[in-house]
Design a protein around this ligand. Structure first.
Ligand code: THU
Length: 131
């Protein structure tokens, strides 16, 4: 898989961040099983808790484009090498990931580490798990 294209989608999304309050732009990009890439940026709000993360914007784009299963995730923030998705976004991503989905941790130059998504969100809340 071409992680460079996924990274570039996240990097370009970061340039669209609306982050006037934190001044912490973030970009995220998802690749579905079919190869489609969906990207997003963080979108903040004057009422601070109403803002949301780049990963959540990317998921919205994926769903509006027809949905799918997430096979790869890349996240980039110019001010934080190897930024990790927040807990809330890990839960949102968990809803749509494949069993072997990979999370790419990036710096401003590209992917620097790749980990299985399952290792960063073990024992997720899942309504199906105990049925
Ligand atoms: N943020 C993201 O967009 N993704 C993350 O993985 C962590 C944090 C955003 C939320 C907020 O707009 C800014 O980064 C500072 O927390």
């Amino acid at each position: 898989m071409d992680t460079e294209a996924l990274f570039q989608a996240a990097r370009n999304a970061m340039d669209r961040a609306y982050a006037p309050y934190s001044r912490f732009p973030v970009g995220a990009a998802l690749r579905t099983e079919t190869g489609a890439i969906h990207a997003g940026c963080n979108i903040e709000n004057a009422s601070y808790p109403e803002g949301w993360c780049a990963e959540t914007t990317a998921l919205g784009h994926m769903i509006m484009a027809g949905g799918g299963k997430v096979a790869e995730i890349a996240v980039v923030a110019e001010k934080m090498p190897k930024i990790m998705p927040c807990g809330g976004c890990r839960q949102r991503l968990a809803e749509f990931v494949t069993a072997d989905a990979r999370l790419h941790l990036c710096d401003i130059g590209g992917v620097v580490e790749t980990v299985p998504f399952a290792t960063v969100f073990p024992r997720a809340f899942d309504l199906e798990a105990n049925r």
